[in-house]
Design a protein. Structure first.
Length: 201
């Protein structure tokens, strides 16, 4: 059984070490910056992949996030966790990338609505095991573009709908509707996969 005191000491060491790397990186240390890169790369790549649903684009944009981080790391003032601040930087880089893509408005914020998918309220999807979480990640990538972006920003990154509306230049109501649409689609696809898994046994 894990000792809570040992776990807390490990977390404290990691946080202290990270702060040292941040300070050194602010002073121009590339070695310290590389340590921050190694520490946060996987989570930032996961964010990029979820929002872009394309491996090659996610890799390119993830690298761009760390280029921007090197340029802006002195802007980090410690008012929030470094990981929280970095995810905010990453979200902005991803959105900037999306806006530069051809037909951004048509692909992400087209006026025409696709057919809405709804599910009975009683359907629930367990998210307490790694296989289900992996399935969730896979199905996030299959969401329609604008529903995916809103879902990731709200459910994964923790932005409020008012913030998302401001970031994407859409109405708060649109952000909420896209989030609920994404959630319904995810429930439908995950429920289907789980039922198939039961039928296969």
């Amino acid at each position: 059984m894990n000792n809570p005191k040992i776990i807390n000491a490990q977390k404290l060491f990691v946080n202290t070490q990270e702060q040292e790397w941040i300070t050194q990186a602010k002073n121009g240390s590339q070695a310290a910056f590389h340590q921050l890169y190694a520490m946060h790369y996987r989570k930032i790549y996961a964010l990029c992949w979820r929002m872009l649903a394309d491996k090659e684009s996610a890799e390119d944009v993830c690298q761009e996030v760390f280029v921007v981080l090197w340029q802006k790391i002195n802007n980090f003032r410690g008012e929030s966790k470094f990981s929280t601040w970095l995810h905010s930087v990453a979200s902005n880089v991803v959105l900037s990338y999306l806006r530069k893509q051809k037909n951004w408005l048509q692909r992400i914020f087209s006026i025409e609505e696709q057919a809405k998918h709804t599910l009975p309220d009683e359907i629930s999807v367990p998210l307490d095991d790694s296989s289900t979480l992996e399935a969730l990640d896979k199905n996030i990538a299959k969401l329609p573009a604008r529903a995916r972006v809103v879902f990731v920003l709200f459910a994964v990154e923790g932005y409020r709908h008012e913030e998302i509306a401001n970031m994407l230049n859409i109405a708060v109501g649109s952000s909420k509707s896209q989030y609920h649409r994404a959630k319904a689609l995810l429930k439908e696809s995950l429920s289907g996969e789980l039922l198939l898994g039961v039928n296969d046994e």
